[in-house]
Design a protein around this ligand. Structure first.
Ligand code: SF4
Length: 231
């Protein structure tokens, strides 16, 4: 038996069934509702058109996709930026097109902010940064998280590294990014653990960490949020 999480998007009235795509779940959903669209992890049906930043843009991030209205990548309804480039090669990764570090589109942080927080009235409870692997672009990640924090935007950051591994990486920007994030969802995707995955995560080993409650200097104390219908 597979667990499904049902999420009603208050902005659109659409119902999302989050769980493992299997014949069993397709049959269950199809019995209850008209056929909808199947979303793969990190692959929305549509995304925002992007043009590379030109001129002297300062810090740039390589971006695979930007999309709005996600109700499965962190609390509430979120705008999402999926960064390009990952060297972790988790077996069964759903987004291998994000692995090439030279792929995607190079965007300055101001251009990326403009697309994420577009003025078209898109409702959002926060911004989520996915990969690829965001911490392979940690300098740009810091600038992006700083800009979002200045605007009072809640941030959720996914990473294929564990928090402990990130704290051992040599670049100071990685630690700074950890200090700026509100929520961190950490750990590699492990295909054999996907069946037990809770809300927001792809496999059961991944943790949802409240970064405001985590104290780096007195030992790592990640706080995993309890599961609740709101998640
Ligand atoms: S960290 Fe994410 S993008 Fe990278 S291989 Fe693992 S699942 Fe895929």
């Amino acid at each position: 038996m597979t667990d499904l999480t049902w999420i009603l998007d208050p902005a659109t009235g659409q119902l999302v069934a989050a769980g493992i795509a299997s014949e069993e779940t397709r049959a269950l959903v199809g019995d209850l509702l008209p056929l909808g669209h199947e979303l793969a992890c990190g692959r929305p049906l549509t995304w925002v058109p992007m043009s590379a930043t030109t001129g002297s843009p300062g810090t740039v991030l390589r971006v695979a996709r930007i999309y709005h209205g996600s109700v499965i990548k962190g609390p509430g309804r979120r705008s999402v930026v999926q960064l390009q480039g990952c060297t972790l090669h988790c077996r069964g990764c759903h987004v291998p097109d994000t692995h090439d570090r030279a792929g995607g589109v190079a965007l300055s942080v101001p251009d990326l902010m403009a697309l994420l927080l577009d003025p078209s009235g898109e409702p959002r409870d926060g911004v989520t940064v996915l990969g690829g692997e965001p911490f392979l672009q940690s300098v740009g990640l810091v600038d992006l998280l700083h800009a979002l924090k200045e605007r009072g935007v809640h941030t959720t950051v996914y990473t294929g590294f564990t928090l402990e591994a990130l704290l051992q990486r040599p670049e100071p920007s990685g630690r700074k990014a950890l200090e700026l994030a509100d929520l961190l969802i950490d750990g590699p995707y492990i295909d054999s653990l996907r069946g037990q995955a809770g809300p927001w995560v792809g496999s059961a080993n991944q943790r949802v960490i409240d970064m405001a409650a985590t104290r780096f200097d007195s030992g790592i104390k990640p706080v995993s949020l309890p599961a609740s219908p709101g998640r």
